[in-house]
Write a protein that binds this ligand. Structure first.
Ligand SMILES: Cc1ncc(COP(=O)(O)O)c(C=O)c1O
Length: 366
């Protein structure tokens, strides 16, 4: 997949330049507020001594690592704080490629495009495994694709762009397959706070040297700009991850880590529940309008994206630009997510105007 320059930017620029009002449903930037304790943590940090503005420990501030470890019931040493889940994915994939035999990385189709671009950057061979029509991943298909050349299997649940949540059995099967084939599962769980199905299971539920879990606070705390993520790494990969992370970025932002730690400690569950409910209400509003228009869509079990198919209107970049100009709604072309959803468009429910967007879409295409 050719992915040198993310299409997100191109579509967002096109929408910004449009000569009309456009409802922006392109990016994964939440429009809801971060936790109050996060803001307080940033304010408090601003008045700290000069020493506090210097590098944190490369692996991450110890109290934050301990708090993350505590949440997941893992050892603090296994937690590395990174510049977003993006860096965690990068470091995990690169280190697993080095550590395991073979130079192939299995991805799903549809795929989160940065995984595909990263494989090219790392000069890995990419093999795609098709997800089911509803976005679920059938471990039997992974079993057919995985082989001696496979070093890494990257999965994402709750999923961007399908919204699928892989259940416990699937995660168990993926860990088993990686163990049986001397490969590493990289399980990206950045949308775990947005599980609408109640079926989300972390790969951390299965103790194994053959899996890395990546995650972060961009989505759960609505802070994509702060760049705090982490990976949970088995003992045999920890030196490699430590070195690669240090040589790439030295450390994650210290004020951001301090603010996230405060938010982790002080934010009530009600904050996460309210945002999940907000997304669920938007899903209901958006999909009800799509139902009326007779459009096909995948109702997300998790995350905050909806894939939609309108008859005779494939998910090309050209059609996305037409929708911006003629309907006033900006989404992402399905062709950005691999080859299996080229008929589809992806809309991110990160605007209070989802009802208006649905009305505009159905007026134009319904
Ligand atoms: C599947 C997936 N992984 C990772 C990321 C990046 O997360 P972060 O902002 O924590 O780097 C995103 C962002 O949209 C995503 O959709």
């Amino acid at each position: 997949m050719d992915y040198d320059r993310p299409l997100f930017f191109r579509v967002m620029q096109y929408a910004d330049a449009a000569d009309r009002d456009v409802v922006d449903m392109v990016s994964g930037n939440p429009d809801w507020a971060p936790p109050e304790a996060l803001r307080e943590g940033l304010r408090e940090f601003a008045d700290r001594e000069p020493e506090a503005f210097q590098y944190s420990a490369s692996e991450g501030d110890r109290p934050l690592r301990a708090a993350i470890a505590d949440r997941h019931g893992v050892d603090t040493e296994s937690v590395f704080v990174t510049n977003g889940t993006a860096e965690a994915n990068h470091v995990a994939t690169a280190c697993a490629l080095d550590a395991y035999p073979g130079d192939e990385v299995l991805l799903t189709d549809p795929v989160y495009p940065y995984y595909a671009g990263r494989n090219d950057l790392l000069k890995a061979e990419t093999r795609y495994v098709d997800a089911d029509a509803d976005g679920h991943l059938d471990p039997d298909r992974v079993a057919e694709a995985i082989g001696d050349d496979t070093a890494v299997v990257v999965v994402n649940s709750p999923n961007n762009p399908t919204g699928a949540v892989y259940g416990r059995e699937t995660k168990r099967a993926l860990v088993d397959l990686c163990e049986d084939h001397d490969a590493c599962l990289v399980s990206d769980e950045v949308y775990d706070a947005f599980d609408h199905s109640g079926r989300f299971t972390s790969a951390l539920a299965f103790d194994s040297p053959n899996r890395v879990v990546t995650n972060g606070f961009s989505k759960s705390m609505a802070i994509t700009g702060l760049r705090v993520g982490y990976c949970v790494v088995p003992a045999h990969l920890q030196d490699a991850v430590r070195t690669r992370h240090m040589l790439t970025t030295i450390a994650a932002s210290r004020p951001a880590q301090a603010a996230v730690l405060r938010a982790l400690r002080e934010t009530p569950d009600a904050y996460y529940e309210a945002n999940r409910q907000l997304v669920e209400d938007r899903i209901e509003t958006f999909t009800a309008a799509l139902d009326e228009a007779g459009a096909d869509y995948t109702a997300p079990e998790g995350s905050f994206y909806v894939l939609v198919r309108f008859d005779g209107f494939p998910g090309t970049l050209e059609n996305v630009e037409r929708l911006i100009d003629e309907a006033g709604v900006a989404g992402m072309p399905g062709e950005a997510f691999g080859s299996s959803r080229t008929e589809w468009l992806r809309f991110a429910l990160v605007t209070p105007r989802v009802d208006e967007a649905a009305a505009r879409l159905t007026d134009y295409l319904g």
